[in-house]
Write a protein that binds this ligand. Structure first.
Ligand code: HEC
Ligand code: HEC
Ligand code: HEC
Ligand code: HEC
Ligand code: HEC
Ligand code: HEC
Ligand code: HEC
Length: 356
């Protein structure tokens, strides 16, 4: 898995000024987890807001998944295979039929709260599989999972899903749950679904114990405050992918609009240590994503204002508000059925103008 391997040669060639990444240590924080309900008791403000953040529902057990609620019945056909997802009592069954054969398995986990899409994980003979079909909000139903387009399945099982091999289950659950990944291993005995408090702040049992008994709190929890752009890119990038991860994956074209840290770092606006362009300036890590372009105008104006003599391009000759509507183009990879905002802030000359 390339995710945590920083290739210093690639790094050095393109961005000599950057210090080494820190994302490698993300899942290695030592300590016991307390659980988000504990945190909520003393930090009600963050907890109340976080319910509205899609990260909190980045993975749902099938039993209480919103999209699979009620008498759900989805069908899809990719000849010669037919797909069906339907609820039977407490289970949601996944049935695939083709060439006279049928297989059926209960879905176990729903990955993604479904803003763009939702992909299902099931098990056959102790092995995890990613469903070959996913739910897409824009379609209100199923289509092929991103990446499943290119191959024609060699058997019914391959038509049902892609086997999650090697470290893949660990990595998927690591980014979409809290506590299922501990360092290098996957443990599914007890974890919280979705990205919860301790995904970001690290295991907090020691912090809770200290706070409960009135002891000193310093050093008991990751404060994460006032991260510089470089730092937030590495930190949020542990899941959203860092600049160097995307370089190493070599994903070209609009498919890399999914990776904000990479796109933003390539923008002329980005500076390693100017706190005005950190992820957390535009995104409250606890709050819901703000979908009103006007909200971001003040973030641009922090640098793009008449008084800022350090800038060559202080003001816009075209627009006075809703800056991000023009300078953060929405791009839609066909198979994703979702338009991602391009974090490479720039003047967009045409629809096909998309620098890598
Ligand atoms: C018994 C009460 C209590 C519980 C439970 C608790 N905290 Fe805290 N926490 C505090 C107090 C008190 C402070 C210090 C004052 C403040 O910033 O609110 C603090 C500070 C923090 C800070 C800021 C640290 C800093 O250095 O600035 C973070 C982050 C935090 N807590 C996260 C958590 C998380 C995550 C959990 C759940 C695992 C949690 N807390 C559970 C009482 C608690
Ligand atoms: C532990 C992994 C993890 C970390 C760390 C993480 N994210 Fe996320 N984030 C996710 C996942 C997974 C989703 C997709 C949730 C979904 O839609 O199901 C997401 C979604 C989001 C969204 C989209 C919200 C929406 O409603 O569309 C924003 C914005 C976001 N993250 C910002 C951040 C920022 C800023 C940081 C750093 C402070 C960060 N994330 C750190 C995993 C993570
Ligand atoms: C390195 C961390 C990471 C890994 C590994 C990972 N994801 Fe994600 N996933 C994210 C982040 C961050 C997002 C939100 C941004 C986006 O949509 O690309 C996301 C988004 C998604 C979405 C869309 C969510 C929505 O609400 O629209 C689905 C579905 C999904 N992931 C499924 C999976 C599956 C299945 C696996 C394993 C086969 C997996 N992911 C592995 C981090 C990860
Ligand atoms: C996606 C990552 C992420 C998640 C999940 C998350 N936090 Fe935070 N938290 C942050 C960041 C980043 C900061 C620093 C914000 C800043 O720069 O002021 C922070 C700051 C804090 C603080 C310090 C007070 C403040 O606002 O500065 C507390 C307390 C806190 N978080 C509690 C929680 C609790 C409780 C939860 C779960 C409900 C939670 N956090 C979930 C990233 C996260
Ligand atoms: C200058 C402001 C700005 C900065 C800095 C910024 N973003 Fe964003 N981000 C936006 C805007 C604007 C949107 C689109 C909001 C909407 O949907 O209308 C967005 C959307 C997102 C989304 C949701 C994408 C989707 O599928 O809809 C994610 C995830 C995200 N940002 C992550 C990050 C991360 C991680 C960083 C740091 C590397 C970051 N952002 C830095 C402005 C910013
Ligand atoms: C941290 C300061 C900072 C922030 C915040 C910032 N920019 Fe910039 N921006 C710059 C710098 C520096 C340049 C490079 C040119 C210069 O020196 O004037 C630039 C250049 C640009 C350019 C020209 C890009 C090119 O490739 O020629 C556009 C367009 C732009 N910014 C729009 C925005 C918008 C829109 C926002 C808010 C979403 C924003 N900027 C936020 C600092 C910033
Ligand atoms: C309606 C679309 C639109 C909106 C809204 C918009 N811009 Fe622009 N902006 C453009 C275009 C097009 C150009 C290129 C103009 C040219 O080169 O002739 C541009 C150029 C720029 C430049 C580069 C100026 C230069 O001298 O090369 C900056 C910086 C900039 N915009 C920032 C902003 C900021 C900040 C906002 C919000 C206050 C904003 N823009 C709103 C379309 C827009």
């Amino acid at each position: 898995m390339l995710l945590f391997a920083a290739s210093l040669s690639v790094w050095a060639q393109s961005r000599p000024a950057l210090p080494p990444p820190t994302a490698a240590g993300f899942w290695n924080a030592a300590g016991e987890f307390a659980g988000a309900s504990k945190c909520a008791a003393c930090h009600p403000q963050q907890a109340a807001k976080f319910v509205g953040n899609s990260m909190s529902r980045a993975l749902e057990p099938v039993s209480n998944c919103k999209i699979l609620a009620g008498n759900v019945h989805f069908t899809f056909r990719d000849a010669p295979y037919s797909y069906e997802i339907r609820r039977v009592g407490d289970n949601v069954l996944y049935r695939v039929t083709g060439a006279g054969e049928t297989m059926e398995a209960p879905l176990l986990y729903a990955f993604g709260q479904g803003k763009a899409g939702q992909t299902y994980v099931f098990q056959v003979d102790g092995q995890f599989y990613e469903s070959r079909v996913s739910y897409y909000a824009k379609l209100g139903g199923l289509d092929l999972t991103v990446g499943a387009m290119n191959a024609s399945p060699s058997s019914l099982l391959v038509a049902a899903g892609r086997v999650m091999s090697g470290n893949e289950p660990r990595n998927c659950f690591g980014c979409h749950t809290t506590g299922a990944r501990v360092g290098g291993t996957l443990q599914l005995a007890h974890f919280e679904t979705g990205v919860q408090c301790e995904s970001c702040h690290g295991p907090g049992a020691a912090h809770v114990a200290a706070a409960t008994s009135g002891k000193a709190l310093a050093g008991t929890i990751r404060p994460l405050k006032a991260m510089a752009p470089q730092e937030s890119g590495e930190f949020c990038g542990a899941c959203h992918r860092t600049w160097e991860t995307v370089m190493l994956m070599g994903i070209k074209g609009i498919n890399n609009a999914r990776f904000p840290a990479y796109r933003l770092a390539n923008s002329a606006c980005f500076s390693l240590d100017d706190a005005r362009i950190s992820c957390t300036v535009c995104h409250d890590p606890h709050g819901a994503l703000v979908e009103d372009d006007r909200y971001y105008d003040s973030k641009c104006a922090a640098c793009h204002n008449k008084g800022n003599a350090a800038l060559k391009k202080q003001l816009c000759p075209v627009g006075k508000e809703r800056c991000t509507s023009c300078h953060m183009q929405r791009v839609e990879p066909a198979e994703a059925h979702h338009a991602f905002p391009d974090h490479w802030i720039r003047v967009v000359r045409s629809k096909s103008d998309y620098p890598n």
